[in-house]
Ligand binder design. Sequence first.
Ligand code: PEP
Length: 251
Amino acid sequence: MRTPVIAGNWKMYKNIDEAKSLAIELKNLVSEVRDRQVFICPSFVCLAAVRDIVKDTRIALGAQNVNYEEEGAYTGEVSADMLKSIGVSFVILGHSERRAYFHETDESINKKLKKVLSKSMTPIVCVGELLEDRERGSTADVIKKQIHGCLENISPEDLIKIVIAYEPVWAIGTGKTASPEQAEEVHALIRGELKSKYNNSVSEQVRIQYGGSVKPGNIDELMKKPNIDGALVGGASLKAEDFARIVKFEG
Ligand code: PEP
């Protein structure tokens, strides 16, 4: 049985007061939730304040990015050790916005992945095709390339600690969700790739989240699919009631 995992990516939204209010509202709305993992990813500057609000709750703290170096003269960057020391337990890696605007590649994501694992935090590795890829019929090739590139030299023992997020780029922040069938098709493909790269037992343990305009109105249908193990939520995670409803999905 894979424990469902629901994540909120707050991106570059919410100043400190807004982040605190959102965290307080959310904490009250999801206090009853038991059988699923939930984490929220505020900006770096809001991590400590949000941590203080969600401590002793079932909401964990996540970060949106990390540097792969241990430490050093990298102005403006944040290390895995710093994230760990502030109470972060999940780190999103290779979000499509980071690939598109900050030149992240499968190779740099792989380095970040190894660093995050070395600090015993859970990496969320994002993959997803562009609209052109889908229209050209190359979704499967793009996803396979990203999976193999991001997971290079990752052992089976480490693989099961990783969460993969399938996020079709054309569905992120656009209001266009992949249908549950479209999402399931790619999730099954990812699991199949993991099975051939590792083995069946390992691939069956890896959790694969769907991300791309997830909302209260579509989460239940998505979560009914056998290979969809959770959601990575952007826009809807900025509204406490919407995110809480997503967390309380009925699947
Ligand atoms: C995301 O940021 O990962 C995301 C899926 O955004 P949205 O839910 O707004 O599409």
